[in-house]
Design a protein around this ligand. Structure first.
Ligand code: SF4
Length: 640
């Protein structure tokens, strides 16, 4: 496998060229714009509600609308929904979402413009059991799948309907799991089996997706899928998404890290930002993501990378020295910026997670307390908590034990009296010369602060990491980015891509953002990006589905209730799923699961094991908390 064969170039932005697939009148792939899509959350049998919601989505900018079709009756109702939309002048193509029901897919394929199937559950059953498959029994299963899938392909071919082969990390079939495990390779192979069947009958209106709620798995699976398509001379368009991303800022950051990393690679022809919110709320987030790449990225030349010294399909953190609490096995550090404040007092530290209690005469730290504060030419002259240290510009360095200097490379080379513990040295790719690298090589006190002013900044900074790796320089690196004249929403999306994209490749021992935005917002965002990248966990992780027509309770309200009771459980992963059909599989990664099983009925899970079945929804949140308690993951929230 040629390792670099997953994107056109790591140093020169361009989109991976795919074939065009038409979804009705909307083209995906080739030189079409990156399309934005979403999914309805209404009951598909409620025709009016589904049409009204679709119209709200379309008006917000949704270019393709997906609707669940759990059985033949919903699939048939898609005709009435489609006619209803068309009669009001809305030509937006519709997609039927299918799980477990090939017969519903064949009905829907005659009505709508695209059918999404999940190869993990189209013809395979998912029983969470491990079978031993011989080559023969594996091939027999494949033959069975072929018999089940081929009729749908032939209907699609006849009606000009496209197919999305939509693999989800959480719902790989037992057969795929038995051979490939719970891996990106298993996800890709699962889709490739279905693609090969399509190709055998010369059907090519295929779109591919490789979703996971774990952003690292998701990025690796998409990259691997392109590598394998290239190897087999295929180029089907990609639908990008982070599944079960959750709600609010967490959901936005997770989506931006996963989708944005791949868009930076030049991959992705249509995207869905999946939030546990009204579907039209997803569209502005998707638009911010897409707009960043809408006109390509005009940028200065970056010397190509001849050989990648890391594995883009398996994240391993770049090996670095440990210097104080930076690098080595330490979690990535967060730097707060106070350089624009004169006369810093304890209150200025509150947005960074440090609250000074005068009555108790001590600092109270939040789970998202920054590790370093940069004060520029300023200083802090009151006692700091032991977890916090200060970065000062070298010319103003006070020499206090918890204060450390920051130099330019040249100033550091000329410095007479640097710290003998920790020196921060700013570096851009342009500064990388034989002389500077030689100076960095064996100095055990240097932490590099990587800066960039490049338009294709992620690629430029990645190249810097590659140069350091090539020279076996193991100094830790803090990634610093400036965001001027920006809005809160743009900052969140762009910083998630810039920092998260590098974290996906194992790069960065700390992150540092500079902007005039609210300091607390920036601090929370940086911690949120690390959480979304799964490199530093500072809060509860919610894996909640966006809900769809299968959901029989108010998922948004329930998610809020669960969050209100559990958001102090740092590191605990809670799945909140709208249906029993897909929920347990999709939340495969969660420690605890709250899954809708019927009207007012909930089942609770510990990992993949069902613990309480069909309990009334009233009281189910308390039962979930009891379950967490019984497994010793509960802590009482601190009194406010
Ligand atoms: S898990 Fe949620 S989004 Fe997925 S099918 Fe079930 S209810 Fe719909």
């Amino acid at each position: 496998m040629e390792i670099q064969n997953y994107c056109p170039s790591l140093t020169s932005y361009s989109r991976w060229i795919t074939r065009e697939v038409k979804i009705g009148d909307v083209g995906i792939g080739a030189d079409n714009p990156i399309r934005i899509q979403s999914m309805t959350t209404t009951n598909t049998m409620n025709t009016d509600a589904t049409i009204e919601q679709s119209i709200r989505m379309i008006k917000a900018g949704c270019e393709i609308v997906r609707i669940t079709a759990p059985s033949i009756k919903e699939a048939e109702n898609l005709r009435i929904i489609s006619n209803g939309l068309r009669s009001q002048g809305y030509k937006t193509p519709l997609v039927a979402d299918i799980h477990y029901t090939p017969n519903a897919a064949e009905v829907a394929a005659r009505i709508v413009e695209k059918v999404r199937i999940n190869p993990g559950n189209f013809a395979d059953r998912k029983k969470f059991v491990t079978h031993e498959y011989t080559d023969k029994s594996y091939d027999d299963e494949l033959e069975r799948i072929r018999d089940r899938f081929l009729p749908l392909v032939l209907v699609c071919k006849e009606y000009g309907t496209a197919i999305r082969i939509g693999t989800n990390h959480g719902s790989l079939s037992d057969r795929i799991l038995s051979r490939y495990g719970d891996t990106p390779l298993g996800m890709v192979e699962s889709a490739m089996e279905f693609i090969r069947i399509c190709r055998d009958v010369d059907f090519h209106d295929i779109v591919l997706s490789m979703k996971a709620s774990n952003t690292q798995v998701m990025v690796q699976a998409y990259r691997l899928s392109v590598n394998m398509m290239n190897a087999e001379e295929m180029n089907y368009p990609l639908h990008l998404g982070v599944t079960e991303a959750g709600e609010g800022e967490d959901g936005r950051l997770k989506s931006a890290v996963g989708i944005g990393t791949l868009l930076e690679d030049g991959l992705g022809d249509t995207i869905r930002v999946s939030l546990t919110e009204e579907p039209e709320e997803e569209i502005p987030v998707a638009q911010l993501l897409v707009e960043r790449y809408a006109n390509g990225i005009e940028h200065q030349f970056i010397e190509p990378i001849e050989e990648i010294p890391y594995d883009p399909y398996f994240r391993e953190r770049r090996k670095t020295n440990q210097i104080t609490n930076i690098g080595g096995d330490n979690v990535p550090r967060v730097v707060g910026d106070l350089s624009n404040i004169k006369n810093i007092n304890p209150e200025h530290l509150a947005p960074f997670g440090y609250n000074y209690s005068i009555s108790a005469d001590k600092w109270q730290l939040s789970e998202q307390a920054a590790d370093y504060l940069y004060v520029g030419v300023g200083k802090i002259d009151f006692e700091l908590p032991g977890t916090l240290a200060v970065i000062q510009d070298a010319e103003s360095w006070s020499g206090l034990p918890d204060h450390f200097p920051m130099f330019t490379v040249q100033n550091y080379l000329d410095a007479v009296n640097p710290s003998d513990v920790l020196n921060f040295v700013t570096l851009t790719l342009n500064d990388v010369t034989q002389a500077t690298l030689a100076a960095l090589e064996d100095d055990p006190t240097i932490v590099i602060v990587a800066d960039t002013n490049h338009f294709y900044s992620l690629a430029e900074q990645r190249k810097l990491f590659v140069e350091l790796m090539r020279r076996e320089i193991t100094a830790p690196v803090l990634i610093r980015r400036k965001y001027s004249a920006t809005t809160k929403d743009l900052f969140m999306i762009y910083s998630a891509i810039d920092f998260g994209g590098l974290q996906m490749d194992g790069f960065g021992d700390g992150i540092w953002a500079q902007s005039t935005l609210d300091a607390g917002l920036m601090n929370e965002t940086l911690f949120g990006i690390l959480q979304a990248s799964r490199t530093r966990i500072s809060k509860t992780e919610y894996i909640s589905c966006p809900s769809c027509g299968r959901t029989l309770f108010d998922l948004q309200e329930t998610t809020s209730k669960i969050r209100a009771r559990t958001d102090h459980l740092k590191g605990v992963k809670i799945g909140i799923m709208g249906c029993i059909v897909n929920g347990p599989g999709e939340m495969a990664d969660a420690d605890y699961g709250y899954v809708g099983t019927g009207v007012d009925k909930i089942s609770l899970y510990k990992g993949q094991e069902i613990i309480q079945r069909n309990i009334p929804s009233e009281g189910a949140v308390e039962a979930l908390i009891d379950l967490i308690r019984r497994h010793n993951d509960w802590v009482e929230p601190e009194a406010v």
